[in-house]
Design a binder for this molecule. Structure first.
Ligand SMILES: *[C@@H]1O[C@H](CO)[C@@H](O)[C@H](O)[C@H]1NC(C)=O
Ligand SMILES: *[C@@H]1O[C@H](CO)[C@@H](O)[C@H](O)[C@H]1NC(C)=O
Length: 374
């Protein structure tokens, strides 16, 4: 049964992937992926959708509309700023949370309709020490159709539907009512409930349409992958290794780091990078399911010991993939001829992932990067 499930899952993922790419609808002005299709629970195929977001920075900072008033708090300032930037009525903006410190302040707001907040149409505002706005990000939407804001399906019915679809139990975390912007330009009213199955190790936040009872989206709270590595923000080994969970950027690597979309691995062999020693069949497997790569290095031992080779391959895999994902955000995409096995139909030439040979036999204390033609 287990192997049948695995086969079934990979076939369906392949189909999900094929249909997701043909329907890939990234707005022309956006370089960020907004869709992700996944298979959950009892063979349910769902798309997670994040509306395209805008992001602006303002150098030395902009005054918010209420900046001359001494008594303005972070909430008032942020609502008025979003109102003026997006030209929306303040009744369409709800302050969610914020954080104030001497050097900076941050505020997070949601789009609202008839008092019901959107789960995936949000904005964030960053202020500098002088109370000026220095950055603004927004994924607010202008839906062509918004479902009525009073549910016709009860929350209990929604919970039962979600439990059935996701093969788990409601965990009594308070259910909420939220709008969900969908990729067809409409907004669904949803009951948002958490469904868990401790035996199966799953934990989802489910969005159940409060008019149709259909599970329309999920957020998966379970970690997909972890790596014991020297974080890219550190310079030398003595600064200390850390276990990073889910460092992959799904905008740049939509299937994570271990899948080409058609082939999945559980080793340092992926769509952007393969990290190996001596031969490409000599990669590091996961240390435990699923996709944990926890291999402590032993500095006192020779680099060639198994422990140190594994640590080296995992770290090289992490660094190569991180560079891929960071460069992607700066425009080194498929169409710009980046390095990937599968380009997901987004242009450029494929089958050219980066191959990293750790402790290469050709020499020591050196590194090479070869770039044959695409
Ligand atoms: C904002 O919305 C409220 C409630 O719908 C309405 O009464 C008010 O006139 C609107 N304000 C503006 C400036 O459109
Ligand atoms: C949890 O998942 C297992 C399979 O791993 C399944 O047998 C069980 O029925 C599920 N529990 C619930 C409450 O759905």
């Amino acid at each position: 049964m287990a192997s049948f499930n695995k086969f079934f899952t990979s076939v369906l993922l392949a189909i999900a992937y094929a249909s997701a790419t043909s329907a890939f609808a990234i707005p022309a002005e956006s370089t960020h992926a907004t869709h992700r299709t996944r298979l959950v629970g009892r063979g349910l195929k769902l798309e997670t959708f994040h509306p395209a977001s805008s992001y602006q920075t303002f150098g030395a900072g902009l005054d918010h509309p209420l900046s001359k008033r001494a008594d303005t708090d972070l909430e008032g300032a942020s609502v008025s700023f979003v109102e003026s930037q997006l030209k929306v009525n303040s009744s369409a903006i709800k302050y969610r949370t914020g954080y104030s410190a001497d050097a900076a302040k941050h505020a997070y707001v949601s789009q609202v309709h008839n008092g019901v907040p959107f789960a995936n149409a949000v904005a964030n505002i960053a202020y500098n020490h002088a109370n000026k706005v220095v950055a603004f990000g927004s994924s607010f939407v202008k839906p062509k159709n918004i479902a009525p804001s009073t549910p016709t399906i009860s929350v209990d019915t929604a919970i039962a539907k979600a439990e059935q679809a996701l093969d788990g139990k409601f965990n009594n975390h308070p259910a909420t009512l939220e709008y969900l912007a969908k990729d067809d330009g409409t907004a669904a009213l949803t009951h948002v409930v958490q469904i868990r199955n401790e035996t199966a190790g799953t934990w989802y936040q489910a969005f159940v349409d409060a008019h149709s009872g259909e599970v329309v989206s999920v957020i998966d709270f379970v970690t997909q992958a972890s790596y014991l590595v020297l974080p890219i923000t550190k310079e030398v080994l003595t600064e200390g290794f850390e276990t990073l969970t889910d460092p992959q950027d799904l905008s740049a690597s939509p299937n994570g780091w271990h899948s080409t979309g058609t082939t999945s691995t559980t080793s340092t062999d992926g769509n952007n990078v393969i990290a190996y020693k001596s031969s490409t069949s000599s990669t590091t497997p996961q240390s435990s399911a699923s996709l944990n790569f926890i291999y402590p290095q032993t500095p006192a031992d020779a680099p060639t010991t198994t422990a140190n080779v594994n640590a080296a391959r995992v770290n090289a895999f992490y660094i190569g993939n991180s560079m891929h994902d960071i460069a992607y955000r700066y425009g080194f995409t498929e169409a710009a001829f980046n390095f990937q096995t599968n380009n997901f139909g987004k242009g450029g030439a494929q089958n050219d992932r980066v191959t990293i040979s750790v402790q290469d036999a050709s020499g020591t204390n050196n590194a090479d990067f070869s770039t044959p033609p695409e």
